[in-house]
Design a protein around this ligand. Structure first.
Ligand code: BTN
Length: 256
């Protein structure tokens, strides 16, 4: 019931009209029917309890956007390299969307998908460990595709493919691209091409090597992103000093 030109991503494809969260659904499926084939995909027209990073809520307009979760088994990945899965997924999504848009899609550290300094989508990866190996990873991807407008504070912070192109695109076309690139980057990860992933990621990174304003504990500062550690820590130059930041320690300031 699918036509994805991939080896495994999306070959077991489950399409739902509505679900609380595709990540939740996939998690339950994986625990009930093991072994679940690697690359199994859940896709929903609508999520009524979509989840975002840091316990946030992920809201999406029914039928307009992409809400999908991919089941992977990166047991080959050492725990201290976990962040490379985030890099691989962010790269795949950004590259797939770039095929539809006039200029390159960016990744905002650690794994937000950005265009014109606005959020086009997000990624929520949930790993299950056994001892010190990653048993499975549920890779949740939410992308604003055909949504025409955003309300409240999202109006300034979010964007969609529709807002950029002023026309609707077929969700299936974008999904197909995402799965193809997902497989490509995942196979690179499996082949331990860490420096390839790292340099691609830095090339995609919003504000890499260019000064920008950030917010930490209510204070604004200017910094230049210089790199990423294997663990995912952000390396920044601030007044010629090197400072490292953990996830969510700083916030990028949106400028209109
Ligand atoms: C974020 O930027 O906060 C991450 C958003 C991730 C949303 C996706 S939509 C599909 C999958 N199911 C969920 O409940 N969340 C992810």
């Amino acid at each position: 019931n699918n036509t994805f030109s991939t080896l495994f991503v999306g070959q077991n494809f489950i399409k739902l009209k509505e679900v609380d969260s595709t990540n939740n659904y996939l998690k339950i499926l994986a625990s009930n029917s093991e072994p679940l084939p690697e690359g199994t995909v859940i896709m929903a027209d609508n999520q009524f309890a979509g989840r975002g990073q840091q316990e946030s809520v992920w809201q999406t307009e029914s039928g307009k956007n992409i809400s999908t979760s991919i089941y992977l088994k990166p047991s080959f990945l050492p725990l201290n390299k976990q962040f490379y899965l985030n890099m691989a997924v962010s790269l795949a999504v950004a590259e797939a969307l770039s095929d539809f848009l006039p200029s390159p899609v960016k990744v905002k550290w650690p794994n937000d998908i950005y265009y014109n300094k606005k959020k086009l989508g997000g990624i929520l990866i949930e790993n299950t460990l056994t001892g010190s190996t990653i048993k499975s990873a549920i890779v949740g991807i939410g992308l604003n595709i055909n949504q025409e407008q955003f309300n409240g504070e999202l109006a300034n912070k979010a964007t969609s493919v529709f807002q950029i192109l002023h026309k609707q695109v077929k969700l299936e076309l974008v999904t197909e691209k995402i799965f193809v690139y997902m497989e490509k980057y995942y196979l690179n990860l499996k082949s331990e091409r860490y420096s390839f992933l790292q340099s691609n990621y830095l090339n995609r990174l919003l504000n890499f090597n260019s000064p920008a304003s950030y917010l930490q504990n209510g204070q604004v500062f200017e910094g230049i992103i210089k790199g990423i550690e294997d663990s995912g820590l952000l390396i920044m130059a601030i007044d010629k000093q090197t400072v490292k930041f953990n996830f969510k320690e700083i916030e990028y300031i949106h400028t209109k």
